[in-house]
Ligand binder design. Sequence first.
Ligand SMILES: [Zn+2]
Ligand SMILES: [Zn+2]
Length: 250
Amino acid sequence: MTLVLKVLGSSSSGNCGLLINQGKYYLIDAGFSGRRISQLLKAYHITLSNLSGVFITHEHQDHIVGLKVLTQQPHLKFYANFATSSAIERKCNIKGPWKIFKTGQIFDVDSSLSVKTFPIPHDAVDPIGFLFKACNYGCAWVTDLGHITQDICQALMEAQDIVFESNHDETLVRNHPTRPAYVKERILGPLGHLSNKAAFDFIKNNRGPWKNICLAHLSKDCNSCETVKQLFQPLANMYGFNLTITDPRI
Ligand SMILES: [Zn+2]
Ligand SMILES: [Zn+2]
């Protein structure tokens, strides 16, 4: 059975993915309330008690807000690097139980699922992306990156399915009427978020083995599904990958 990676929801205000392997279910980040995550899981006919673990990319609120409720599920394991787990303990007043790894480490979750972790350039303590592999099928999760590094490129080129950030239209960020200059600088900076153009250029210039590309972490007020679709759909048609875009308003 193929490894499956789905986005339950993704935008600048909440992020949560679902990984399915051999009848086991894992979350990637928990950036919605426990109640909301439960609702989103209903589409897959599962509940919080069916989950085996949560892989955590970094400690920003839009990735961890549901963790406190999830720690009430005693069987759940929380996979994070040490710096991220410590930051989350401070922020959320929770105590794991953690499965700690080092950034850059490859480890087995069970006999059929392996995980490669890699650093991403973002303004968090030790932010990472994930490459999940089962039976030679790869799924990568890469959001919240200011720019694309060699590590990220390598991981994405090993995956058939990718969830990849296409956060904003640069002009809309620059011309935003109410956002302060320091916020604009953060978003557009090397440790901020990936623009539509940077995501597009990467996918166009690196023709990976991609079957499914899901563009995620769209900004609510500086991007739209329509803009992203207009930009990427011709490329999807030309390269032959299936394109999905996560609506930031859901
Ligand atoms: Zn972030
Ligand atoms: Zn985020």
